[in-house]
Design a protein around this ligand. Structure first.
Ligand SMILES: [Zn+2]
Length: 281
């Protein structure tokens, strides 16, 4: 609508500045976590059925691993403080701190006023993928979660096995909350194994077939007591569509491991954020 000003190219040429330099963030002791993990003993496993979700719990100081089994499949992950559902994964702030996709060494941060690491990624067998020529990468914190409301908005459908509904049912079943009570606790996800980006020309969110193969996994250290919910997305490997039953879908495996006592000598649960919350009053 408006003609570019004379200095348009100069303005476009200004170099970007990273919003949140992370040099001052406490660094996770990955070698310490791995040494503890090497002593780990499996204490539970949950098979998340295709086009459905399941909850699992992980004690602070334990590890959970999400593994692709049977065939390429992406998962939508929610995390809550197991003792307080109001503290939950904050994908937007995690994105602001670590970038659009997260991998080994990145943390999953919790909502205000807590804003502390809930979990730390300690291993990612897809860390070789990097950023592809389309700008796509794996394990994004840019998508929301597939949901029946957007499907209804765009095409008038009532599809009940989107990740949002799967997560809502799983949380209701686990907690005893009604569906209506559980639904507001469901939040934007970590898209495990999903390959996504933004189109360079229009800036639109895109997905493409996930590079995940059976045996690939993402392993995560629980910094606080966690309740997790994982949905095996109806999009399958998300190569074509979601929000329908047409894509080939597979289960996902969640395993929880407890390290031997005394193997995390320097670690303690992160405290909640130190801001005094007076907000200028
Ligand atoms: Zn989904």
């Amino acid at each position: 609508m408006f003609p570019p000003p004379e200095d348009a190219e100069q303005r476009r040429a200004v170099a970007p500045v990273v919003c949140y330099p992370t040099q001052t963030l406490p660094r996770p002791d990955l070698n310490g976590y791995r040494a503890a993990r090497d002593t780990g003993r499996k204490i539970s496993e949950t098979l998340v059925p295709a086009r459905d979700a399941a909850c699992f719990t992980v004690k602070a100081g334990h590890f959970f691993r999400i593994t692709s089994v049977d065939g390429p499949q992406v998962g939508d992950l929610n995390l809550w403080n197991a003792g307080d559902l109001s503290e939950r994964f904050y994908s937007g702030k995690t994105r602001a701190l670590h970038g659009t996709h997260i991998t080994t060494g990145d943390r999953m941060w919790s909502s205000f006023p807590h804003l502390r690491p809930m979990a730390t990624i300690v291993e990612d067998t897809l860390d070789w993928y990097g950023i592809d020529p389309f700008g796509g990468s794996v394990h994004d914190v840019i998508g929301t979660r597939c949901d029946p409301y957007t499907g209804n908005l765009l095409s008038g459908t009532h599809y009940h096995h989107c990740c949002h509904s799967n997560l809502t049912r799983a949380l209701a079943d686990h907690t005893g909350l009604s569906l209506a009570e559980a639904e507001p606790h469901v939040h934007d996800v970590l898209n495990v194994f999903m390959c996504t980006g933004f189109t360079r020309d229009t800036g639109q969110y895109f997905m493409k077939a996930s590079p995940v193969r059976p045996g690939d996994y993402l392993e995560v250290f629980a910094e606080i007591d966690l309740l997790g919910a994982l949905s095996a997305c109806p999009g399958g490997d998300c190569s074509s569509e979601h929000s329908s039953d047409t894509a080939a879908c597979h289960p996902l495996l969640v395993e929880v491991f407890a390290p031997a006592d005394g193997t995390l000598p320097g670690w303690s649960q992160p405290p909640v954020n130190g801001y005094d919350r007076s907000h200028g009053r």
